[in-house]
Ligand binder design. Sequence first.
Ligand code: FAD
Length: 483
Amino acid sequence: MYTALHLQRQLKAEMRSGAVEVVVVAPDPYMTYQPFLPEAAAGNISPRHVVVPLRRVLDHCRIVIGEVITLDHAKRTATVETLASEEEDAGPLELTYDELVLAPGSISRALPIPGLVDYGIGFKTVEEAIGLRNHVIEQMDIASSTRDPAIRDAALTFVFVGGGYAGVEALGELEDMARYTARYYHNIKPEDLKWVLVEASDRILPEVGEELGRYTVRELRARNIDVRLETRLESCVDRVAVLSDGSRFPTRTVVWTAGVKPAPVLAATDLPLNARGRLTCTPHLTVEGVEHAWAAGDAAAVPDVTASEPGRECAPNAQHAVRQAKVLADNLVASLRGRPLRPYAHKYAGSVASLGLHKGVAHVYGRKLKGYPAWFMHRAYHLSRVPTFNRKARVMAEWTLAGLFKREIVSLGSLEHPRAEFELAAGPPPPPPDTAVTADSSPDAHDTDDESGTRDARDTRDTKGPGGQGGAHGPHASGPATD
Ligand SMILES: Cc1cc2nc3c(=O)[nH]c(=O)nc-3n(C[C@H](O)[C@H](O)[C@H](O)COP(=O)(O)OP(=O)(O)OC[C@H]3O[C@@H](n4cnc5c(N)ncnc54)[C@H](O)[C@@H]3O)c2cc1C
């Protein structure tokens, strides 16, 4: 989005005259500002303000909502699966181009851990962040209403795997939100909630440096969060998280944020990839050894020309992605106009991380901050970075209002199943015409069995929330019987 935005600004005249067309292919009609996902999960920012509508921002570009499935750069052709092409018989769309900008980012790197695919919850998209918020509040509702102590314990146990930005911030914000929310439950105290952070290495938040990483561990432990370093998740079969130190946590919530890997589309191209599957790039953000191909962001292995040791790549983070996008657009325009390209050089400025409302850590330009000042810096920095004035104003307004009123504690899990209520009202589908009439299906049985119809309809929405563990009113909200 940022590259297209800069191209749109710099090639305005050419785009108006029709000499240049910029086509943006994306699976969603919006760009997600991922660093705000933890705040969205905590309810501090509404989901709509974490995303930027592509059609509004890129009003001179052609937007194609779809997914590139293969890319034949030698033939300058991208094959795109769109919502419509799934329904038509004509097959995927073929787009031809002159210049390619490839920035598909990364996806969660799931390991072959038993049970993880069935129960793990990711934290990369706005849907996952909001789904997780709803799920956590639903678990509190289950714990509050169940008569079974084992169900209550599992519902109130939350396991996060991966101590990078995403894991630590998501855990910090959600724990803070749940702690606050607990005051509105007559039978749940904040101490009843068990939060576990599992990290394979000996430190968390490597982005903020060793000292602040250690401070973050102390800070989280002081909040009664069980931080386990040098520990791995070994299994989550049957909703029991088994760790490499032998401990076992029955839980309905395993959030997986243990790293990312490049988007799968990269493997379906004829472009060069490095050992980690990222596109091999030059400092000018062109793809190495290939003409008319450019790349940036998490998917691109761009040499870090500011690093003292040779061979280092820019880390996959928003700080680089957003800056690379601008240099990429400048270079692409320069190449079209026959001007020299400039290398991408950005010395890592440091990092900020939020650990909940008024809590944070920051290491920026050599200065280390903790607590409220770090949290304030986190907000100020990301507000300055979130694209468009419109979004900045809306986020600012939300924060200001949140400061004046009490926090939102509502779970709108039913939004994930908007047809559930209508299905319930409509009752179970009629039996197929050739079904033999049995005693149960007699008109009398139907008339008197209003409850069973209700139960059937309820079961249809008892499907998937985040990671298959949530539900309209929660798979488990209908009580222990559905467990
Ligand atoms: C919870 C969380 C918190 C974070 N916090 C920070 C932070 O505080 N600071 C920081 O610097 N970084 C942070 N990051 C990392 C940062 O968000 C990423 O490094 C950054 O978004 C990478 O940008 P990108 O453009 O390369 O990829 P993305 O932002 O992932 O964008 C890639 C886009 O390409 C689309 N796409 C993928 N495949 C295809 C395809 N086949 N066809 C078409 N489109 C496709 C995707 O749908 C997506 O829209 C955080 C990440 C997460 C998940």
